[in-house]
Design a binder for this molecule. Structure first.
Ligand code: SAH
Length: 226
């Protein structure tokens, strides 16, 4: 069981993910709880301001540290800087460590995870320094917000939870799995056997399980070597 809270200015962005398999399966199986916390509710002043201009000048706005503190304190009922003592609190940011299957495995073992989604130019750095204990990037490019990154993390972690993929065992022999020695998955084909002259490889139609397995491992090795 893993409880994931996503702090965001766009809580509705998570709805599709949570209503769609396999995330929905994991929630229904009691293996995952997924909650969106609307940081806008903790905006300061009459206008519920969540962002402000950077000290030292420069383009863009930053999400304020006091807003994130208020959201954490209301959500967990403890001092914001102590929340990270009992759970993983990860800022989604291009400067974070690179997300991978190994990081998904690691996070799957964490029972309580909070994902902080930035917008604009990101968070006041004191959020990284004093409130979080992890920083995750989903890749070397810049997105407009942390929501898509949070969904990537939730989906990849969720696939590893019991009950998420049903009885298919499809995640066992998947890209990056131990069964494929950490390599990439082999190609798959389905009906029709021939379409516009494009044929399915004969070996897959042969019924020889050992040969099929050899062919798959070989294709997996070739792909992984690229
Ligand atoms: N000024 C920042 C980019 C801010 S992008 C920089 O130059 O590094 C706005 C928000 O989108 C970030 O706060 C972060 O939460 C999210 N984001 C953008 N790219 C991301 C990535 N590759 N991985 C994870 N989150 C990302």
């Amino acid at each position: 069981m893993i409880a994931i809270d996503v702090l965001t200015l766009f809580p509705e962005s998570l709805r599709w993910l949570s209503e769609t398999r396999p995330v929905r399966n994991a929630i229904e199986a009691g293996e995952l709880s997924l909650r969106a916390v609307d940081m806008r509710e903790f905006g300061q002043g009459g206008y519920r301001q969540v962002d402000d201009a950077p000290y030292g000048g420069g383009a863009g706005m930053l999400i304020r540290v006091d807003v994130v503190c208020a959201a954490l304190e209301a959500t967990y009922g403890t001092a914001a800087d102590r929340v990270r003592e009992s759970r993983r609190v990860a800022v989604l940011a291009p400067v974070g460590r690179q997300f991978s299957d190994a990081v998904a495995d690691e996070l799957r073992g964490v029972s309580e995870l909070t994902l902080l989604c930035g917008r604009y130019e990101g968070f006041d750095h004191r959020v990284h320094e004093h409130l979080a204990n992890d920083e995750i990037s989903i890749g070397p490019y810049v997105l407009s917000g942390g929501e898509i990154a949070a969904m990537v993390v939730v989906d990849a972690v969720c696939r590893k939870l019991p009950g998420a993929l049903g009885k298919e065992r499809s995640h066992l022999e998947e890209s990056f799995s131990a069964e494929l020695h950490g390599g990439l998955e082999y190609p798959h084909y389905t009906r029709p056997e021939e379409f516009r002259g494009w044929r399915v490889p004969d070996v897959l139609l042969s019924g020889h399980h050992a040969e099929i397995e050899r062919w798959r491992q070989q294709r997996s090795r070739e792909r992984s070597a690229r």
